[in-house]
Ligand binder design. Structure first.
Ligand code: FAD
Length: 600
């Protein structure tokens, strides 16, 4: 027997599910959220005795998807057979109420105006021939100016701290002067720089760049948001990424939007509900089919169905349910699975300093000073051999005792010399990082694996992805910039290449230089959970899955929301834009519901 019909049913209760549930229930709609994981992360006392257990959360991945139940397969090229990813590594999708929003860092960006018109802008500035063959970057079907009010809404809800660099077109030094125009200042002022951040800021300014404090969801002081939700200030304990914040200082859905939705009495969450298909007749959808905690098939009917289950399961649900047309990379037809992209890391520089102490154990996930001079199209790419760029930052996010023991290359991996190196460098190692764009390509996509299935017998999602020459050139370039910054910051340091061994006798040593990506994309080491694409938005139904309200072109009562909507990925973390899209979708769903099935 099916559950009682809801106005709206949502798969996944993370940032997307939580924001949409809050907006819809405030507007009087009855909403059901199906969450595959537990709901206990905010129960009284949950974090009390275990909050900073690095082994449990950061190493053994307690809050993340369990690959024994469900995983992905990966291949680099169309002619390979994909193999299952049996252990988490490269990315860490969350499970449980709040999703990855519980254990994120809180770096909360807006994309640049040019990011939304990337293809048109590249052609306008460099000509069509500058876009490499096979690169399938496309405009979003929405502009920065159209999204600005939704970015603003997300930032005020979450209490993002930062300083505007562009207020209604007026550029302001000290903020990010490359950002698109904001309609008002950040809701919270940024905290002061730490000592090492101040050194970076001075070095970046000295080189003529434009440093600013990175926008953060880790509150530097108490804040009450427009919905009346109050949260306290960060204690800089350094346990953000991979951990829930026991204090609620890091904005997460379980301390912001989800309690708000529950307070209306109109939001019901069903936990351990693993959705596997959307029942539909091709024109409209009727219900969500899911496995309950006992593995039984259950059905949740609703007038409107929202997929908020992160990139991978949003796309898998569409493909499993035969919603939309699957993408064919050879014929270049269909849209579901198209333009899977990621985030291009690498090109950083690290310094091992002998006579500094930075108190690295203190920090917060988004505590950083950044420059945006080499992101997007903020610099002239003529003659560089690549398109795109990335953000450069020096952060102090905390240095936990197991995973933050950086030692110079060439140091033995155990024994006395290793311990000596940890003792020498724990307090004084510092890195400048680069986070680059990931353009879309015709051969990078998601589909259903023909060979491998999850524990319920459903096909795994297959990822076809690799690094391309454009990104290799971008990372090589980035490495020269981060090295230049580090040298300005630590004058006179001995510079070694990217591989050691480094001289332990030098007073200050820098490891840096032109960056290099591995021979192939590798899933073993963590890179980021900034997976994007597969259910992209756009203005053309033949090359996108959803319109600019995130409503499916083919099945009007299905909305698909998240980083899956990005046609390619920008040089920033994704969640500011995910949050903005969720607010935009909520507005669309309310209109659709009130107008009896129409958006106008
Ligand atoms: C360690 C880490 C650090 C990060 N730091 C940052 C950062 O600093 N800045 C930034 O911008 N982004 C960051 N991110 C990314 C950020 O967490 C995501 O962009 C954001 O959480 C996405 O929100 P979402 O609601 O789309 O998906 P999720 O948060 O993944 O939520 C999706 C929910 O759907 C549920 N679900 C999935 N499949 C099903 C199914 N079949 N049935 C039912 N439920 C299902 C999941 O259990 C989950 O609760 C980080 C991510 C990680 C893992």
């Amino acid at each position: 027997m099916a559950n009682e019909k809801a106005d709206v049913a949502i798969v996944g209760v993370g940032w997307v599910g939580g924001i949409i549930a809050a907006e819809l229930t405030k507007a009087g709609l009855d909403v059901v959220g199906l969450e595959r994981g537990p709901i206990n992360h905010r129960s009284p006392g949950y974090w009390d005795d275990q909050k900073h257990d690095e082994l449990r959360y950061a190493v053994r991945y307690e809050l993340f998807q369990n690959t024994a139940n469900e995983t992905w397969s990966l291949r680099h090229h169309l002619n390979e057979t994909a193999l299952p990813i049996r252990q988490l590594g490269s990315f860490l999708p969350g499970t449980g109420l709040g999703g990855a929003g519980v254990h994120w860092n809180g770096q909360t960006w807006r994309f640049h105006p040019r990011d939304f018109t990337i293809r048109t802008s590249a052609i306008d500035r460099y000509g069509a021939s500058a876009i490499p063959a096979g690169m399938s970057i496309q405009d979003w079907g929405v502009t920065f100016d159209e999204l600005e009010p939704y970015y603003d809404k997300f930032e005020y809800m979450a209490g993002i701290a930062g300083k505007a660099g562009n207020l209604n077109g007026k550029l302001i030094e000290g903020g990010n002067v490359f950002e698109g125009p904001r309609s008002r200042e950040f809701p919270v002022a940024p905290p002061p720089d730490t000592e090492v951040e101040a050194m970076f800021r001075k070095a970046a300014s000295g080189l003529g760049y434009h440093p600013f404090y990175g926008p953060t969801a880790n509150l530097p002081k108490g804040y009450k948001n427009p919905d009346g939700v109050a949260r306290g200030a960060c204690t800089y304990c350094g346990f953000c990424e991979r951990f829930g914040c026991e204090w609620g200082a890091k904005a997460d859905p379980t301390v912001t939007v989800i309690p708000l939705a529950l307070k209306t009495g109109k939001f019901k969450i069903i936990d351990y509900a693993n959705a596997f298909a959307i029942k539909n007749d091709g024109k409209s959808a009727q219900s969500i089919l899911y496995y309950d905690a006992m593995g039984r098939v259950q059905e949740q009917p609703a007038d409107v169905i929202v997929l908020g289950a992160f990139v991978f399961n949003n796309v898998r649900l569409l493909l499993n349910s035969k919603l939309g047309q699957p993408y064919d990379p050879v014929a270049n037809t269909g849209a579901v699975g198209r333009n899977y992209a990621y985030q291009t890391g690498g090109g950083g520089a690290t310094a091992y300093l002998s006579d500094f102490e930075f108190n690295r154990f203190m920090g917060s996930g988004a505590n950083a000073v950044c420059i945006d001079d080499f992101n997007a199209d903020n610099f002239d790419h003529t003659g560089l051999g690549f398109l795109g760029g990335g953000s450069i930052s020096l952060g102090q996010s905390g240095a936990r005792p197991i995973q933050s023991l950086a030692v110079p290359p060439g140091t033995p991996s155990f024994g006395r010399a290793w311990k000596q190196a940890i003792k020498q460098y724990y307090k004084s190692v510092v890195s400048i990082g680069f986070q680059g764009e990931s353009p879309a390509y015709q051969t990078h996509y998601l589909d259903l694996d023909p060979n491998y299935r999850d524990k319920y017998g459903q096909p795994l999602l297959r990822i076809t992805f690799d690094w391309e020459p454009n990104e290799r050139a971008m990372i090589a370039f980035a490495g020269t910039k981060t090295l230049q910054l580090m040298q300005e910051m630590v004058p006179g340091a001995t510079v070694a290449g990217m591989s050691g061994p480094l001289s332990p006798t030098a007073p200050h040593i820098i490891q840096g230089g032109p960056g290099a990506l591995p021979a192939h994309y590798d899933t073993v080491a963590y890179q980021s959970t900034h997976n994007t694409g597969g259910a992209i938005m756009g203005a053309d139904p033949s090359t996108s899955v959803v319109n600019n309200y995130l409503q499916m072109w083919d099945t009007h009562n299905v909305f698909v929301v998240g980083a899956c909507n990005f046609p390619q990925n920008a040089g920033f973390n994704p969640t500011g834009t995910v949050g903005a899209l969720a607010y935009r979708a909520a507005e669309g769903i309310i209109k659709y519901h009130k107008n009896g099935g129409s958006l106008v």
